[in-house]
Design a protein. Sequence first.
Length: 72
Amino acid sequence: MAWQTPIIVHPPTPDGGRRITVRGEAVGIARGDRDLMEFLRRAGLGDADMALDDPNLVEWRGGGAHVWEAGG
């Protein structure tokens, strides 16, 4: 199995927010960094808040890091 980042933040949706995948499982739609942090905490990754910009931990697909609105 190929290595992949444990957290994937998918591109922003037209109505705002981004789908979050942790270790291959969809965990919900985040509408900001606080939502993302809560999903990570629930997945047992509470210390990840210091590393949201670490490309080895989080892959931000489309829209760029910390962008939560489509076209933002």
